[in-house]
Design a protein around this ligand. Structure first.
Ligand SMILES: Nc1ncnc2c1ncn2[C@@H]1O[C@H](COP(=O)(O)OP(=O)(O)O)[C@@H](O)[C@H]1O
Ligand SMILES: O=C(O)[C@H](O)[C@@H](O)[C@H](O)[C@H](O)COP(=O)(O)O
Length: 187
């Protein structure tokens, strides 16, 4: 891969249980770059809400998305970051959140974004979230996420000159998913 002219932030999204953490770690290894777990940046009030099975509202989300974007873009711009990339996981279920992340970056003109959006079946998600240990988000929250999710389409897509790469993760191995992403990031 040739080194991109701009710093790059890859945001790995999708509903709970879709594989964001797994893919983020793999991309971080592949690109030798920092990885930020977006769920660790929530204010306590958001964690408390989600722990009680209450979905976040947009008002709860903006501050979190702003901090996440600032941290990821700052990391990708750091002088000692040789790959000039950073990966951050964040559900970013709607287009408006992806747009907000982009405009909230530090030095937005110096950053190229890629929004990798993972999705799979509702049944797979419920099973995976139920099996996930030590996470505030429980399986009863999957429905609200599934209901609001906007899989990127049209002008958002990399193949149409945009920045988003939807990945259907259904029945695919971790390796196959990683390869599909790396092959199609168009960096
Ligand atoms: N391609 C895959 N096939 C099967 N299980 C997977 C796959 N990717 C991730 N998992 C498993 O699904 C669960 C949720 O994955 P995780 O990466 O934590 O998702 P998220 O961060 O989106 O909640 C974990 O137990 C993980 O090991
Ligand atoms: O993997 C998960 O458990 C979720 O995706 C988790 O990341 C949560 O959904 C968001 O942090 C809250 O934000 P949203 O309500 O916008 O998904």
């Amino acid at each position: 891969m040739t080194k991109p002219a701009k710093s790059v932030v890859i945001v790995v999204g999708g509903p709970a249980g879709t594989g964001k953490t797994t893919v983020s770690e793999a991309l971080g290894q592949h690109f030798s770059c920092p990885v930020i777990e977006g769920d660790l940046l929530h204010p306590q009030a958001n964690v408390d809400k989600m722990s009680h099975g209450i979905p976040l509202t947009d008002e709860d989300r903006w501050g979190w998305l702003q901090q996440l974007s600032e941290e990821a873009s700052s990391k990708s711009l750091e002088a000692n970051n040789e790959s000039r990339m950073a990966v951050v996981s964040c559900s970013m279920l709607k287009k408006v959140y992806r747009d907000f992340i982009k405009k909230s970056a530090k030095s937005p003109d110096s950053i190229e974004f890629r929004f990798v959006f993972l999705y799979t079946t509702f049944e797979d998600l419920v099973e995976r979230v139920a099996n996930r240990k030590d996470h505030f988000m429980k399986a009863d929250m999957v429905k609200s996420q599934f209901d609001i999710m906007e899989i990127p389409e049209g002008d958002e897509l990399v193949i149409n000159g945009g920045e988003a790469l939807p990945v259907d993760a259904t029945n695919k191995t971790r390796e196959a998913i990683n390869k599909e992403i790396i092959d199609n990031l168009a960096l």
